[in-house]
Design a binder for this molecule. Structure first.
Ligand code: SF4
Length: 243
């Protein structure tokens, strides 16, 4: 597999925030988000090491933290090896999280993975709509959640336009509300401004005030299993790598 880095930290975002976890960052992505904070792993020409699933598991086990977050780049572009890796991790009872951009799906992974953090990209990402949105893939994740209860949808929100788009997309899939798939709104922090705690707090404050404290917008989220969660690693380390 094309591996960018392997390291231990806490999960900095999503429903497992604060959990001690080993990160496996794979190289390569099928999108090119303007605000991508891991361009060293997602853009064409990014550096990588080639390791087999067995070699990766050996390295991961050496950290003695029985949980792994497989991220990228986009992990699902290496589907075949990803399945082999997840099978090995499941055999040793690891908690497995996969972070994906929601454009690709692989059914076999549904029963192997504890948490599928699906993060569809919105207008602010700069990707063309037809590249970043795949209706069939959304349906597949919804079906997967009905069976395994292991899917969350996470949206990186830069402004009201993003928030409205997230709501419009979600409204196309009433099942998401009906089966209470967790929906996470995460503030987008400009990579150049990530060092500033005040910038981060402001973005989080706006997201809470605008979506939960504002009476009109709160109504639009009625029935959704909504969470607003910042990236805690950005608060601690800004845009530093391997944290
Ligand atoms: S999908 Fe994720 S890894 Fe790929 S470019 Fe966008 S933010 Fe970066």
């Amino acid at each position: 597999m094309k591996v960018s880095e392997i390291f231990v930290s806490v999960q900095g975002e999503g429903l497992d925030v604060g959990k001690a976890i080993t990160f496996l960052r794979l190289t390569g992505c099928n999108l090119a988000c303007e605000w991508c904070d891991t361009q060293y792993a997602s853009r064409p020409g990014s550096e990588f090491k080639v390791l087999s699933p067995k070699e990766i598991i050996k390295k991961i086990q050496s950290f003695k933290v029985p949980a792994v977050s497989i991220t990228g780049g986009e992990p699902l572009i290496q589907k075949k090896e990803l399945i082999a890796l997840c099978k090995l991790a499941q055999n040793i009872n690891y908690f497995i999280d996969i972070q994906t951009n929601g454009t690709l799906y692989e059914e076999v992974l549904g029963s192997l993975v504890d948490r599928f953090s699906v993060s569809p990209k919105l207008t602010s990402s700069g990707n063309h709509f037809t590249k970043r949105f795949n209706k069939q893939v959304w349906f597949r994740y919804i079906e997967q959640h009905k069976k395994y209860k292991n899917v969350t949808f996470k949206f990186v929100i830069q402004d009201k336009k993003d928030r409205n788009e997230a709501l419009n997309l979600l409204n196309r899939f009433p099942a998401i509300r009906n089966i209470k798939i967790p929906i996470i709104l995460q503030p987008e922090i400009d990579v150049k401004k990530a060092e500033s705690l005040e910038t981060q707090a402001e973005a989080l404050r706006w997201l809470i005030e605008d979506n939960i404290m504002d009476d009109k917008t709160r109504l639009k989220w009625q029935g959704y299993n909504l969470f607003i969660i910042p990236q805690i690693h950005k608060y601690c380390w800004g845009n530093k790598r391997r944290v």
